[in-house]
Write a protein that binds this ligand. Structure first.
Ligand code: 5RP
Length: 219
């Protein structure tokens, strides 16, 4: 199966976590696009979706799915999103699509984070994928120096402005063995909007697309 087919498989499988009549949290990315398409095609009647990006909002609206503001929804049963990496404890690196801040905000509203990913995303230690960090532009150089002091090489993602008007640093060369401590540390550096480690808002479930079908991991 191709990677695209594996993404479609887990996008379809995520429908089992959608309860009719509820509001669903929806992430961002090519895997989530498959979920949005499957949701629209399923005929499941949901009360609406809270979206984590302009990209997902536009796709859902085009397919007739009502999109609600996060401020209107105090909590969500489920948040469904992809990942750039996920470890065996449900910690993730996210932000390859530059939507990490809104993704973390919507994930924080949800009781259950269901990660949908193809098997190439499963790792034993986070860090092979360059870590995205959303930053306030005037702080980018200082934040890059801080990463250099921990052995990371931070580069500005050229030509990208986030939905929040900020910039993305991609940091190579890190081995994130203690994701919760790392997230807490980096998040309090001045000018960091969001670090793309999702440990506090980790996945409770991962639907992993494999050549043998969908594997369900629970954390
Ligand atoms: C976007 C994300 C995505 O979930 C992540 O990049 C995975 O994307 P894809 O499903 O396209 O591989 O964090 O900010």
């Amino acid at each position: 199966m191709t990677q695209d087919e594996l993404k479609a498989l887990v996008g379809q499988a995520a429908l089992q976590y959608v309860t009719p009549g509820t509001v669903v949290g929806v992430g961002t990315g090519s895997t989530v696009d498959k979920f949005i398409d499957a949701l629209a095609a399923s005929g499941l009647k949901i009360a609406g979706a809270v979206s984590s990006s302009v990209r997902s909002t536009e796709r859902m609206k085009a397919l007739g799915i009502a999109v609600l503001e996060a401020a209107e929804v105090p909590s969500l049963q489920v948040y469904i999103d992809g990942a750039d990496e996920i470890d065996h404890r449900g910690h993730m690196i996210k932000g390859g699509g530059a939507a990490l801040t809104r993704e973390k905000i919507v994930a924080d509203l949800a009781q259950t984070f269901v990660c949908i990913a193809d098997e190439s995303k499963l790792v034993s230690v986070l860090g092979r994928f360059p870590l995205p960090v959303e930053v306030i532009p005037m702080a980018a150089a200082q934040i890059a120096r801080r990463f250099a002091a921990m052995g990371g090489d931070a580069r500005l993602r050229e030509g990208v402005v986030t939905d929040n008007g900020c910039q993305i640093l991609d940091v190579r060369g890190l081995q994130i063995t203690e994701p919760a401590a790392f997230e807490a540390e980096v998040n309090q550096w001045p000018g960091v909007v969001t670090v793309g480690v999702f440990a506090r808002n980790k996945a409770q479930v991962c639907l992993l697309g494999t050549a043998q079908g969908v594997k369900t991991l629970k954390f």
